[in-house]
Design a protein around this ligand. Sequence first.
Ligand code: SAH
Ligand code: SF4
Length: 400
Amino acid sequence: MTQTSTIPLEKTPLETYVPPAKPSLIGLSRAEIADKLGSVGVEERHRKMRAQQLWHWMYVRGAKSFAEMTNVSKDLRATLAEHFTVDRPEVVAEQISSDGTRKWLLRLPSGDDVQKAHEVECVYIPETDRGTLCVSSQVGCTLNCSFCHTGTQRLVRNLTAGEIVGQVMVAKDRLNDWPQAVGADKDGNRLVTNIVMMGMGEPLYNFDAVRDALLIVSDNEGIGLSRRRITLSTSGVVPNIVRAGDEIGVMLAISLHAVRDELRDELVPLNRKYPLAEVLQACRDYPGASNARRITFEYVMLKGVNDSLDDARRLVKLLKGIPAKINLIPFNPWPGSKYECSDWEQIEKFSEYVFNAGYSSPVRTPRGRDILAACGQLKSETEKLSVRERDALRAMAMTD
Ligand code: SAH
Ligand code: SF4
């Protein structure tokens, strides 16, 4: 058995989402909302205008019920409430870190079977000049990066577009960040200014829902976040990288973490399917990448594993010709993790080398470590692997 075969590439199968009897309109496109209106008897000539009204109430005002939508007739409000909701995921727990980071544990029902309700986490990181929301795209992750807590989670389900947009809505609800809400800042100073698809899951393995959700949050007549303030992070699903540029147009981040295929095969097992050369070619081809819109390369600092100056040298060589910036992430340990974070001195040396080669190379300050909200620490408690399941995974890996 070689070293790289110790980690299985992917887990299967995916669980599927079953909509509740009364579905939420959150996450639907305008055209889909118009269709729903048609299904409850709204005449075709009124559908577009009504859909636009609902859109405004949901995404500008953050309405939580049809009853609030006062410019919609009483009858229609009652009909809508009979068939639909504007529900977002339910907040099960809210934790606030000593550094102001907030983490929400969200419950996602599926069908009417309570056993099928899963949980995801969503994190808000306030900084002086911005507020970043870290959003999840899946319950767990089918990939098994060896340094990532989410990767050890047993259950995997793709989130729907509504559940992804719903995370943004929950954050805005909890932070009182709807521009027209009582007590909210009405001068256009928003709290959620940036979104990173860096929570649980691999966003490019849930492409359609992530695309639909990001098109909604960047819609100018709604939440209105600029696509330049939205970053999608991927472990390197090559065929969908170009699609992300073409169909979503957001900023791209690549979880690189290693500069040799042998090591990357082990850290990011998806590398066995899409090796470094292919990932980097997809970056060269990324639509819209330029010196003003650089691709971020994330690099987790693992002591004695990928943090030598030789690694830094190769990194610079590898990225030649790509408009890039490098984001060094100190490894965040989690219970049972087998790595250590590089020494601070080594991180600084690495960063300095990369900086001197002409790349911006900020070290990501770990935020919310006390509430396990930092990168790679997200994982819903209810989805833990049992010892037996861990053993089974290991056995699978031996035969992989
Ligand atoms: N699945 C996507 C996005 C989610 S992870 C991806 O892998 O890109 C967001 C970032 O956190 C990724 O760069 C990921 O590699 C990194 N990460 C995962 N576990 C980590 C840990 N324990 N410490 C630091 N960073 C971690
Ligand atoms: Fe999945 Fe990203 Fe974690 Fe890898 S780092 S297991 S792709 S969430």
